[in-house]
Design a binder for this molecule. Structure first.
Ligand code: ADP
Ligand code: MG
Length: 581
């Protein structure tokens, strides 16, 4: 089972980072405080009014009777206005800060190095970007309210105590250093347990995330019990961690009260001694003790502030860690307008972290402009890794990738990626309409949409949909068949109309008829676009200008279909194996 984490930045550092997001809304905080002070000021006016009414009101020839309702209603109206303003301003500040935090976190995610997506679970991202900011700022806002509600009277009481007897008041603070040390120790534990609870909570979220995505697998394996157990194990961890955090928190109060009682008894004894020496009267003694006790009860509430603040900071620590993810290498400065589509890989070695064998080993490869180049090879031979390199999703450990003769590192990532239209192996669709999926992030153009849909052999199908182009496709296109999803992804790439086309096993889920249609679309582009086709079905690539056979990140043989068949090597063997099927 997981253990409490230890290697984190100190919470004070988190607080400083958080302050950056609170600062622009500082005037909201100030106005909130003013409104709460205003509301607090109306409080003593009510008994004051009562005193005046009772003291003066019964005398004949006193103030006009009409003054009473006017002042009373006015007082309550003022109080209501102040407390409304206080709450409204606080929520105004909270919601704006949450907005800014979410925007910053999402931006970090959008700019993050592509590699993090292999380890970042969607559930984690959702929690850190959507839920955490709200929780952080709301908790801090709540703490601010407590601070105002109990802190202001506590300050007043402290002033009163100092006025009554400043020597004793200062003496009563002798236990403060001891208290500070103890609270620090307890807080360290709260922090450790709280961080553990946070991590455990994320693991729980990710379980649910997995479950909803893999519901088909779960049901077909009849794995409800299995999943329930796994969920329960994680939920129990959350429970244990939360309980330990709460226990550590609950320790703060009794311990600090015990220490405070030591201080209180010292003061009591001293005050009694003073009183016996007749330096002060019983009345002053009683007033002093009463005020001290009242102050203590306010301080107790204030000591409970530590919990939400620590909690908020622990959450912030987890959430803001997204901002630490290194951004994608986008050091290129040249924006490429339009390319010819000539690509070369020069002695490229690509090694994934932790992998024994390099995915690509000193690979030399050329994709001629305006020609169709096919990549074939067993799965795991490095075909998709080449696509990742071209788009700058992966960086070569050695060697370089050239586009039109220039290293792609010199290009801005945005302009590099504009050159490519990719249909990848795993199709990803948005929970949006057919049209929005195809004209993704581009202006919608009816003629172009129809052209793309017809080329992808999807036009007739879309006509049968209840809302046509505006029909939504469900979460990741779950309302469509596998082949329809693939054709939709192809239509999206067609719509983009980039100079270089990459099809990474893009026709694998298609029936023969659709595949032929897509093939025709591809052939129509042939000669006008640089085409890179990766396919298992060799019939798809038969007409390619050049075919490279890959094995373990190296080129085994290259040539046209006819050349490779004549050569009677690995490719010829693959052709024969597929014919035999
Ligand atoms: P292909 O597309 O030819 O099937 P890939 O390029 O996807 O092969 O993978 C090549 C090798 O790199 C495989 O051995 C695979 O396990 C490994 N690989 C691919 N992606 C990653 C990754 N993100 N992290 C670690 N290893 C990876
Ligand atoms: Mg692949």
């Amino acid at each position: 089972m997981s253990q409490p984490p230890t290697d984190r930045e100190p919470l004070s550092a988190t607080a400083r980072r958080l302050a950056v997001y609170l600062k622009p809304h500082g005037r909201g905080v100030v106005l909130t405080i003013l409104a709460y002070i205003g509301a607090a000021c109306t409080e003593p006016l009510i008994p004051q009014l009562l005193k005046t009414v009772l003291g003066e009101g019964f005398k004949a020839n006193s103030f006009s009777v009409w003054w009473v309702p006017v002042v009373l209603i006015g007082l309550f109206a003022a109080r209501g206005l102040f407390s409304f303003l206080g709450q409204y301003l606080l929520n105004w500040t909270v919601s704006r800060t949450v907005f800014d935090l979410r925007a910053a976190l999402l931006n970090a995610l959008l700019k993050a190095d592509a590699r993090i997506y292999t380890s970042l679970q969607p559930g984690t991202a959702v929690t850190k970007v959507v839920n955490d900011p709200q929780q952080i700022v709301a908790q801090l806002g709540g703490a601010l309210i407590t601070l105002l509600r109990d802190g202001l009277p506590a300050l007043a009481m402290l002033g009163y105590l100092l006025w009554l007897n400043w020597q004793l008041t200062l003496l009563s603070m002798i236990t403060t250093p001891v208290m500070a040390v103890v609270v620090k120790r307890v807080n360290a534990r709260v922090r450790r347990m709280g961080s553990w609870a946070y991590d455990a909570q994320l693991r729980l979220v990710n379980k649910v995330d997995d479950l909803t995505r893999a519901w088909r697998v779960v049901r077909s394996f009849d794995a409800a019990d299995h999943e329930r157990e796994q969920f329960a194990a994680r939920a129990r961890e959350v429970q244990r961690a939360t309980l330990k955090t709460a226990a550590a928190n609950a320790l703060t109060q009794p311990v600090s009260q015990l220490i405070a009682s030591i201080g209180l008894s010292v003061i009591l004894s001293l005050a009694l001694l003073q009183a016996r020496q007749n330096q002060s009267g019983v009345g002053e003694f009683a007033a002093f003790i009463a005020a001290l006790l009242l102050l203590t009860s306010r301080l107790r509430h204030l000591s409970e502030l530590a919990q939400p603040i620590t909690n908020a900071l622990i959450t912030a620590q987890g959430s803001l860690s997204l901002l630490d993810i290194p951004a994608e290498n986008d050091r290129g400065s040249r924006a490429l307008a339009e390319c010819r589509g000539e690509i070369a890989l020069q002695a490229v070695t690509l090694r994934y972290p932790g992998a024994e064998q390099p995915a690509l080993a000193a690979l030399d490869l050329r994709f001629a402009a305006g020609q169709t180049t096919a990549l074939v090879g067993a799965s795991g031979s490095g075909k998709s890794s080449i696509v990742n390199l071209l788009l700058g999703f992966a960086e070569p450990d050695e060697g370089q990738v050239l586009l039109d003769g220039a290293p792609i590192n010199e290009l801005t990532r945005a302009s590099l990626r504009r050159q490519f239209a990719v249909v990848s192996q795993d199709i990803v669709l948005f929970d949006a309409s057919v049209a929005d999926n195809i004209a993704y992030a581009q202006p919608r153009d009816a003629a172009r949409l129809e052209q793309a849909l017809r080329a992808a052999h999807l036009w007739d199908f879309v006509q049968t949909l209840p809302e046509g182009l505006d029909t939504t496709v469900g979460a990741n296109g779950s309302k469509l068949s596998g082949g329809q999803r693939q054709r939709l992804a192809i239509a999206r790439a067609l719509y983009k109309d980039a100079p270089i086309w990459v099809l990474d096993e893009a026709t694998s889920a298609l029936d023969t008829e659709s595949e032929r249609a897509v093939q025709q679309a591809i052939e129509a582009w042939q000669g006008r676009k640089t085409l890179i086709v990766i396919a298992h079905r060799l019939s798809t690539i038969r007409s390619a200008d050049c075919i490279h056979v890959l094995q373990q990140g190296r080129v085994l043989e290259s040539g046209s279909h006819a050349e490779l068949v004549a050569r009677d090597g690995a490719y010829a063997a693959m052709v024969q194996a597929q014919f035999a099927d």
